[in-house]
Design a protein. Sequence first.
Length: 83
Amino acid sequence: MSDDAIESFEGPRTLRYFAFLLTIVVMLYVLGVVLADLHGITFLETATERFVENPMALLDIAGLLAFFAILFLIGRFVLKNVD
């Protein structure tokens, strides 16, 4: 899939998914930093650090989720109207 095809799905649904993913990643990163400082558990901080440093990767993931959501809606519509 080319970059142009993914960019064509950047609409309200993609932005909503992006905001949701960004909120989750930031909360998990903060939790990971707290766990790393207090207990030495660093796996959560390490896993979310990549997305905190590059939030555009989350936008790509949100675009992919929006694409699959559209495919799901189309499939549901087709199955509903099959006679």
